[in-house]
Design a protein around this ligand. Structure first.
Ligand code: PGA
Length: 252
């Protein structure tokens, strides 16, 4: 295993979480980090926007960071239902996911839009987690690395560096399906991403590359020791602290 960056274990709650239960889960997570003492990785929860302010307040000065799941590319304006990166930052969040495949698919977001969103996140002082990943059809037709290259080329803004940008490799067919690529496949894609971001992201060797897609307690140990895997972006298994914590511990 080669690792040059401090790992990040991020939970993406998607459209899950009401106030009371969410705060209970978060408090348990914080308690676990406090009981651990010095954490060897960063821990992030990206709750629905409705919970950002409360959760950021509850996790202030703890080892848990809070992030948004998406932001609009513009700072403000007539965009019903959207929120800006600055609004997310004002809640006390420090990260924002952009380009998740559910946004690309459900909302038709292109690489160009994702690039603008990442730039907006940077402009608001947020760390952008830019997601890339191939569909099953693309994998089966041998296009995985080409698809990833094109997504990286199109969605990384010029000011990106290892401090303000994280890349998450999330094969679309592995998200929420219980299927994961083999360790060799993950290794090959992450090595490819590391190579592709050189020249596109400042200090690319120290840029964190997360694996996402059906990460759970039972496979985290195996996934987190793969070369160039600097953490995980976890969906379903991040909703309950009891499920998420063993994944955190696989890196910390
Ligand atoms: P999953 O989702 O862990 O539920 O597969 C991952 C993601 O979409 O980030």
């Amino acid at each position: 295993m080669t690792r040059t960056a401090r790992p990040l274990i991020a939970g993406n709650w998607k459209m899950n979480g009401l106030y009371s239960d969410s705060l209970t889960e978060l408090r348990q997570l914080i308690k676990n980090t406090e009981a651990t003492g010095t954490m060897a990785c960063d821990v992030l929860i990206c709750p629905p926007a409705t919970l950002l302010r409360e959760m950021a307040a509850a996790s202030k000065n703890t080892a848990v960071d809070i992030g948004g799941q998406d932001c609009h590319a513009n700072g403000k304006g007539a965009h019903t239902g959207d929120i800006s990166a600055q609004m997310i930052a004002e809640c006390g969040a420090t990260y924002c996911i952009v380009g998740h495949s559910e946004r690309r698919t459900d909302h038709g977001e292109s690489d160009a839009v994702i690039k603008d969103k990442a730039a907006a996140a940077h402009g608001a002082g947020l760390i952008a987690i830019i997601c890339v990943g191939e569909t099953l059809a693309e994998r089966e037709s041998g296009k995985t690395l080409d698809v990833i290259s094109a997504q990286l080329a199109g969605s990384i803004p010029v000011e990106s560096n290892s401090d303000n940008t994280v890349i998450a490799y999330e094969p679309v067919w592995a998200i929420g399906t219980g299927k994961t690529p083999t360790p060799d496949d993950v290794k090959a894609v992450h090595a490819h991403i590391r190579q592709e971001i050189s020249g596109r992201i400042g200090n690319s060797d120290a840029t964190r590359l997360l694996y996402g897609g059906s990460v759970k307690a039972s496979n985290a140990d195996e996934l987190m020791v793969i070369d160039n895997v600097d953490g995980a972006l976890v969906g379903g298994a991040s909703l309950k602290t009891d499920d998420f914590w063993p994944i955190v511990r696989s890196c910390c």
